[in-house]
Design a binder for this molecule. Structure first.
Ligand code: UDP
Ligand code: MG
Length: 318
């Protein structure tokens, strides 16, 4: 297969028309200096704006631009999966279309890969530009995730990465439908190198991630990579059961020695409500796992490709 490009760039896009032309031009100039041969795979994740039409325009005279249009918005991780499934390069770069993953880092990333790195991960030097709330919540998420999950994810890294084809094959061997790429990239292992950078503001448009969406994303990530929450509820149950046993023993002895006391309404209510709450919490945690198992068992495809340009039929299949 001598038509295999050196580098495949995968870009997920949702409503990015505003800054698209500038981004594609910068991306192409950076990639063409960094790599001998390359392809850029743009995945339109159900955009409602002009993104697809503009992409088609750009790809008309540029066969190295490969386009996939998903049948609806499937979310960034599914769009990434679609792009990765179509990637044929010896190394793959995943990058956002809003200039927040600076294309000028590509050169150094490719150099590092040529010098033996299997994964190159740019990490943000600081998050001063983020709001206090976002900074704190993301810090806590990484703390919690790294403490309880099967593998660590580097704090302050996004999905922006370069990785060798070996990693792509490893990812392809993970059949899960709930694809938390942030976690998967590191879970597969391999030699990882880091580059520090300052993450700029979005060049155009606004982030698609509301706090509610981020919260659910974080929850799915933790459930997908750790069974610790299940253990927490069983240990908590064990501790409380032990406490209840000791307290019960005390009550029996007390009643035998001093007779029946006036029943304590307050203490009963407190115990009842506390245990009721705990029960619901434990059920909720189990429910999260059940929901994810349900998703996996249904095994629906992560995405459907509605239209593709410059891509062979086979590599456009989910
Ligand atoms: N994106 C996508 N599907 C979505 C949401 C986002 O393909 O449902 C793309 C988006 O076009 C961008 C990248 O994923 O290229 C990152 O999205 P965004 O900038 O909104 O995320 P943030 O930078 O705030 O984490
Ligand atoms: Mg962004």
């Amino acid at each position: 297969m001598n038509s295999q490009p050196e580098i495949s760039v995968v870009v997920p896009l949702k409503d990015e028309a505003e800054g698209l032309k500038a981004f594609v031009a910068t991306l192409q100039s950076q990639v063409s200096t960094a790599a001998d041969t390359y392809e850029c795979i743009f995945v339109d994740d159900g955009s409602q704006d002009e993104t697809w039409r503009m992409l088609k325009e750009l790809a008309r005279s540029e066969l190295r631009f490969k386009l996939l249009r998903l049948s609806r918005n499937f979310g960034k991780d599914a769009a990434l999966k679609a792009g990765l499934d179509a990637a044929t390069g010896r190394a793959i770069i995943v990058i956002d279309a809003d200039f927040q993953d600076p294309p000028h880092l590509i050169n150094e990333m490719v150099e590092r890969w040529r010098n033996g790195a299997e994964v190159v991960t740019p990490v943000r030097r600081n998050r001063k530009r983020d709001s206090w709330c976002k900074r704190t919540s993301s810090k806590w998420f990484y703390k919690a995730f790294n403490r309880i999950a099967d593998s660590e994810i580097p704090e302050n890294a996004g999905d922006f990465r370069l990785f060798d084809r070996k990693i792509l094959d490893a990812l392809a061997a993970c059949p899960e439908k709930n694809r938390f790429h942030k976690g998967l990239f590191n879970w597969v292992g391999y030699r990882n190198e880091y580059i520090e950078f300052d993450r700029p503001e979005r060049a155009a448009g606004s982030s698609r991630w509301s706090y509610w969406r981020l919260w659910n994303y974080a929850l799915d990530g933790i459930v997908g990579f750790s069974s610790a929450p299940l253990k927490i509820s069983s240990y908590l149950g064990l501790v409380i059961a032990f406490g209840a046993f000791v307290y019960g023993l005390y009550l029996v002895v007390y009643t035998l020695l001093f007779g029946r006391d006036v029943p304590g309404y307050a203490s009963i209510m407190v115990v009842l409500l506390f245990l009721g709450g705990l029960n619901l919490l434990a059920m909720g945690i189990i429910g999260q796992y059940l929901a994810q198992i349900f998703q996996e068992v249904k095994a629906r495809p992560s995405y459907f490709v509605a239209e593709h340009v410059n891509v062979t039929e086979k590599s456009a299949q989910a």
